[in-house]
Ligand binder design. Structure first.
Ligand code: OOG
Ligand code: NI
Length: 462
């Protein structure tokens, strides 16, 4: 079969993300309200701030905004993670980053499946925070074996999606009809089930160990537990939540409001209490699913990240339930973090994508490799530097979200050392280093911008 009859991964990813969003809206109607709120705030923000609209359009970031979401799931076994990695390869999503949640008292470790190159990110950046339960952190032997047995008895993938993944691997792609079927089958894995696979006593025993263990082990599959749209003004979104029928958590997580947003800021509404039918027909309640909003900023270099970590740690000692007080304190602490694009770039605190200004030409014999030459080209308007959007998650924030979501702050006893290699063995591949991805996009764009300028100049002088 000629390859041009295959659908490109980005297109299948777009259909998949749309189907997931539609399914979650049916399952959790408040998510629909959240999407409306974010769409309203984004429209207003762009209207009130033409410079932002212009900058985002120039950076090719506006189109994806309406479809941009992240979600989260929790898996039970290494085999499930291995199969999920193969499934996501079909839609151009690879595991990026390693998040050790044991450090925060949550018995999972995680990675984020997401597209990695600029074009794929610009078309639909759908990301899924994917956690794997660490049974080794359950101290009770009997309970650990019981959980392992229950998990061994389920298959979270449909037989047909397994066939289509294998077909994609052997043929190198999927036809349009296969892609349609793939999407319909793939979302089955993430559907909510009101019926638990275990009896009430088993659920209670697992929940007593950690609520998250019960959430992973007692159901037929890893239900999607939230889908998060991206807002351009999270402070406005937080303030508007009650008017849309949602009660936000007390404080916005992550960095403070700034002229140049960095990394990401998040807020959420509390998990829903849902009724569950257990084996033996008992009724019970379970909290797993919630709603979340995020605002994304520029990706930080390792130096920028170190500064962020240090300042956030300083803010951690400041405990308050008043978002206004917390944000004011945070803003004070973050005064040390430069807040203009030029300084962030020159001090290499954040990543940038370089682009040759249209119609610009330069002396074809001028040296362009030194940083000073680039600076001169930027100053002269020949090269434009766009901040690169942070596409990943905050480890600290992830833990924070787990906590607010589970409705408790179970502390971290028995937290074991990071075991990235175990997660990678399950994935069947190493996780990609997010810093390396941003650095690569930056370096490649710099080369391409300079090459474009030099090429045009040669044409003109020829
Ligand atoms: C994952 C929480 C992580 C975020 O936005 O940091 C996350 C979970 O609760 O399963 O989605
Ligand atoms: Ni989230």
């Amino acid at each position: 079969m000629p390859t041009d009859s295959f659908v490109c991964p980005a297109s299948i990813r777009d259909r998949f993300a749309t189907a997931m969003s539609r399914m979650y809206k049916r399952e959790v109607p408040q998510y629909g309200a959240l999407l409306e709120l974010v769409a309203d705030i984004n429209a207003r923000t762009l209207e009130d701030n033409p410079a932002l609209a212009k900058r985002m359009a120039a950076a090719n970031e506006l189109d994806r905004l309406a479809v941009e979401r992240h979600g989260a799931i929790r898996l039970g076994t290494p085999d499930e993670l291995g199969m999920l990695a193969r499934l996501f390869a079909v839609i151009g999503m690879a595991p990026v980053g390693y998040y050790d949640l044991a450090a925060a008292g949550v018995p999972v470790h995680s990675t984020a499946f997401r597209p990695v190159d600029s074009d794929a990110l610009a078309s639909n950046p759908f990301r899924l925070f994917t956690s794997l339960l660490r049974l080794d952190l359950i101290e009770n032997d009997g309970l650990r074996r019981r959980a392992a047995d229950i998990l061994a008895g389920r298959d979270i993938f449909t037989p047909r999606v397994r066939e289509l993944v294998a077909r994609h691997e052997s043929e190198g792609g999927l036809t349009d009809a296969e892609a349609e079927e793939f999407v319909a089958e793939a979302i089955e894995t993430f559907r909510w089930h009101e019926n638990a696979t275990v009896d009430y006593a088993t659920y209670e025993a697992l929940a007593a160990e950690h609520k998250l263990i019960a959430d992973v082990v007692c159901f037929r599959g890893p239900h999607i537990n939230h889908l998060t749209p991206r807002t351009l003004d999270i402070d406005a979104a937080q303030a508007a939540m009650p008017a849309y029928g949602m009660t936000p958590k007390a404080t916005i997580e992550g960095p403070p409001r700034r002229d140049v947003p960095i990394l990401l800021r998040q807020t959420s509404f509390k998990a829903l209490e849902e009724s569950i039918r257990f084996a033996g027909d008992a009724e019970g309640r379970h909290t797993a699913r919630f709603g979340e909003i995020e605002q994304r900023g520029v990706a930080l270099t390792p130096d920028g990240r170190a500064l962020y970590d240090r300042l956030l740690a300083a803010a951690k000692t400041y405990k308050t339930d008043s978002n206004d007080d917390y944000q004011a304190a945070l803003a004070g602490i973050f005064e040390e973090f430069p807040d203009d694009l030029d300084t962030l770039r020159r001090r290499e605190l954040a990543y940038f994508r370089y682009e040759a200004a249209s119609a610009s030409t330069i002396d074809p014999n001028a040296p362009t490799d030194a940083d000073s030459a680039i600076e001169a080209l930027i100053a002269a308007g020949h090269i434009v530097a766009h901040p690169i959007v942070y596409e990943d998650f905050l480890p600290v924030s992830a833990a924070g979200i787990f906590q607010s979501n589970l409705g408790s702050d179970e502390a971290g006893e028995g937290a074991a050392a990071a075991s990235q290699s175990q997660l990678e063995a399950a994935l069947g591949r190493p996780v990609i280093d997010p810093f390396a991805l941003y650095a690569e996009i930056e370096a490649e764009s710099k080369r391409a911008a300079l090459a474009a300028l030099t090429r045009r100049s040669r044409h003109e002088s020829a």
